[in-house]
Write a protein that binds this ligand. Structure first.
Ligand SMILES: NC(=O)c1ccc[n+]([C@@H]2O[C@H](COP(=O)([O-])OP(=O)(O)OC[C@H]3O[C@@H](n4cnc5c(N)ncnc54)[C@H](OP(=O)(O)O)[C@@H]3O)[C@@H](O)[C@H]2O)c1
Length: 223
């Protein structure tokens, strides 16, 4: 495995027993209060939190920290065309505590870049292809002093991180539902690998359970 200098990436998600992170209608409500507390605790330990544009469009999350004292962190969003609404919660909610970095491509429209910059959002152009070049982005973020990132989905961004072999750790909560639906987003979307040998193998380091929920912690093997 080729080693690159990059932040430590923890992929965190709550999923159903059948591996869905939202229903086919986009309902993401599968965490209980205790699970949210755990996620927010983990957020306090990270330099940044990252999600894809799909999650912003569907859930409009604040990506903040409740329940615990904290020093804030960066919110990092990937959006190749800068099409998230300018009044999204990640732009307007407490930017002084959670500065937002919007990562896009060379193809992003200049007027959009200016619009976001006028709201003190840092816009990074990374890659000239259709989507943000995550390997390059990791190096840029590393240079900015970001040493750890909590990757909170969704399924398509998770796939790109797995494909590029950038994930160091998984923190998964299995919630006690089966929801089905091929349109329901899975933990990992994308085209997938052809053979198991190409897949990313992880080492199980912790299993715990409470109230019908199971928590799994894995680390990337051979890293
Ligand atoms: N249960 C949980 O823990 C949890 C956590 C998070 C999200 N979710 C759910 O996940 C769903 C959203 O997932 P999603 O898969 O639709 O969207 P997503 O993964 O949040 O965002 C994907 C989008 O990001 C943009 N992008 C830019 N560069 C990319 C790259 N290199 N690789 C991949 N994407 C890149 C692409 O749009 P452009 O090409 O247009 O830029 C892409 O369509 C929501 O329903 C949400 O509720 C659940």
């Amino acid at each position: 495995m080729k080693e690159i200098k990059k932040p430590y990436i923890i992929l965190s998600a709550a999923m159903t027993i059948d591996g869905k992170i939202a229903s086919k209608m986009g309902d993401p409500d599968l965490s209980d209060e205790e699970d949210w507390r755990e996620v927010h605790k983990l957020r306090t330990q990270m330099d940044a939190i990252m999600v894809g544009k799909g999650t912003i469009l569907k859930d409009n999350p604040k990506l903040h920290i409740k329940y615990f004292k904290h020093k804030g962190y960066y919110r990092i969003i990937v959006d190749s065309t800068l099409s998230i609404p300018i009044n999204s919660n990640v732009i307007d909610f407490k930017p002084e505590i959670y500065p937002t970095i919007l990562c896009t491509t060379e193809n992003a429209p200049l007027d959009k870049i200016k619009e976001f910059e006028s709201k003190n959002v840092a816009v990074l152009k990374v890659g000239a292809k259709d989507q943000v070049d995550l390997k390059k982005l990791m190096l840029l973020l590393s240079k900015k002093g970001i040493k750890s990132i909590l990757l909170e989905g969704g399924g398509n961004l998770n796939w790109s991180f797995i494909k590029d072999d950038l994930v160091d750790e998984l923190r998964l909560t299995i919630a006690p539902w089966i929801i089905g639906g091929k349109e329901a987003i899975s933990l990992i979307e994308g085209e997938g690998f052809d053979k198991m040998i190409q897949g990313r193998k992880f080492k199980l380091v912790k299993v715990s359970s409470r109230d019908n929920y199971v928590m799994l912690r894995y680390q990337r093997k051979n890293r």
